[in-house]
Ligand binder design. Structure first.
Ligand code: MTE
Ligand code: MO
Length: 469
């Protein structure tokens, strides 16, 4: 490295486009990343913004870059060093955008610190039909914004035209609805799919889901007041107050048919389990789109846009989509797949946990878990086996939303079973699969549903436990 050339920031700054070659700095190093840009897993639109300057503020935000593998990859593109004076100037630390994060419960298993991503242990998860807010999984893509209720506003627009701006009080003045709904990340249970074949994404266990009550205004009521002709639009977009270094917010969208349907129960929620929504979950207002993948349930809601187009964020366009098992990073075309909306049927065994030693009582072991399907489809049955499917036992559906109307089963279903086990066996493998009201069933294995981003991980859940008779 000592033999490499020294550059000053002015020179580096000239390498700010593919035409002039793209250079970035990290600590003392200067790197030519031109040939890497099109291969960047996170797309090219953000990385190009660091051209001619430091990549460090980006990695403070997208802190999942701070791994030895990525440092090594960057090092392979090193072309030089920053001049001494410039290196000192650069190292003056900007304020860490993550310095004002809320306090989190210690029980959460952390999947990523910055942005914060964490899930509860599965044994806690099924302890209650309603997930306590402190134990509800957190999936942030950016720093948690700080929002003052007194100055909070929600902008409503049709395409580029602002139609209205609501205060928190304005939202509370709409008729108040409470629904119970699960929210599930599109990558829930990804860690199991990753065992099939390597993929990209946070390694979620079975806990990237929670079930809560959500209270607020109905989106359809708020949209009605805009006085627009719904037939002229196709999507309703949501933007959060959380934004990246370039100022672009987290964004997502849903089809307008969902947004304007009173029976779809889309809520602009300001309460979670009867309390103001905690900061991690979207204080003061988030949208809850029941039955739809977590990613569209935008937190810290800043703007709602009625549009002909889907939201243009990377999360709507180049993420949260499913592909064939034969699609890989060399041939993937994100524009060719629709964004995930309603989720498929899924279940998980939550206790016992993998490798646990269980003592059978009267030749049986107690197995508990959850099941859920998107689109309001009720869970009608959960089947469990521990002899590779020779015998299927039907689980008891212990807790479900008894008030839900047909086609509006937004909550999860908690199930349990006393499963007979063979006295001769020291070990047993338990499988669970759920069936929803449309008779959709979970696929048997991950082999043929594997996808490069690890979404829709709904194969039979399999848990092996030790038996101590
Ligand atoms: N909304 C904003 N503004 N920013 C985000 O990073 N993450 C989304 C969604 N809404 C996100 C967001 C994703 S991918 C999921 S799975 C859910 O929020 C997680 O909600 P939770 O953290 O309340 O469990
Ligand atoms: Mo997610």
């Amino acid at each position: 490295r000592e033999n490499l050339k020294t550059y000053n920031m002015e020179e580096i700054g000239k390498h700010d486009s593919k035409k002039n070659r793209v250079w970035v700095t990290f600590k003392q190093g200067v790197y030519d990343i031109t040939d890497f840009i099109d291969m960047h897993p996170g797309g090219s639109s953000k990385i190009i913004m660091a051209a001619g300057s430091s990549i460090e503020p980006f990695w403070t935000i997208f802190a999942n870059h701070n791994t030895p593998e990525i440092y090594e990859l960057l090092e392979s593109m090193r072309i030089g060093n920053i001049s001494k004076e410039d290196a000192i100037n650069n190292s003056i630390n900007e304020n860490d955008p993550y310095s004002k994060e809320p306090r989190r419960h210690k029980a959460l298993k952390i999947n990523g610190q910055k942005p914060f991503c964490a899930e509860p242990p599965s044994s806690l998860l099924i302890e209650s039909f309603i997930t306590p807010v402190e134990l509800f999984y957190v999936r942030n893509h950016l720093p948690v914004p700080e929002i003052d209720l007194k100055t909070y506003t929600l902008e409503l627009a049709a395409e580029e035209t602002t139609k209205k701006t609501l205060t928190f009080e304005d939202i509370k003045n709409y008729p108040k609805y409470t629904i119970t709904s699960a929210v599930m990340c599109g990558g829930n249970r990804r860690s199991e799919m990753a065992k099939e074949k390597q993929l990209k994404g946070l390694s979620w266990d079975v806990g990237a889901v929670g079930n809560a009550t959500w209270t607020g205004a109905k989106l359809c009521d708020v949209l009605k007041d805009l006085g627009i002709n719904e037939d002229n639009y196709n999507h309703v977009q949501f933007e959060g107050y959380d934004s990246d270094p370039s100022g672009s917010p987290y964004g997502a969208s849903i089809p307008i048919s969902k947004a304007v349907d009173p029976r779809a129960d889309v809520i602009l929620a300001y309460e979670m389990n009867g309390q103001p929504i905690p900061r991690d979950h979207g204080f003061p207002v988030r949208v809850i789109v029941p039955g739809v993948v977590g990613a569209r349930n935008v937190k810290w809601l800043a703007k709602i846009i009625v549009s002909k187009e889907e939201n243009q964020s990377q999360w709507q366009q180049c993420d949260y989509k499913g592909f064939s098992p034969s699609t890989d990073w060399d041939n993937v075309d994100f524009s060719k797949a629709p964004a995930i909306q309603e989720m498929p049927v899924i279940s998980a065994i939550c206790t016992p946990v993998p490798c646990e030693t269980v003592v059978p009582i009267n030749g049986k072991i107690n197995v508990k878990g959850y099941a859920w399907s998107g689109g309001g489809r009720k869970i009608i049955r959960v089947d469990v086996t521990n002899d590779q499917g020779k015998t299927w036992h039907t689980a008891n559906l212990d807790c479900e939303d008894t008030n839900a109307k047909e086609g509006r089963y937004w909550s999860w279903t908690l199930w349990s079973i006393d499963l007979p086990v063979d006295k001769k066996c020291k070990e047993t493998e338990i499988w669970a699969k759920a069936v929803d009201a449309s008779y959709n069933v979970q696929p048997e294995s991950f082999k043929n549903i594997w996808n490069l981003r690890g979404f829709l991980c709904n194969a039979y859940h399999r848990v092996t436990v030790q038996l101590k008779h």
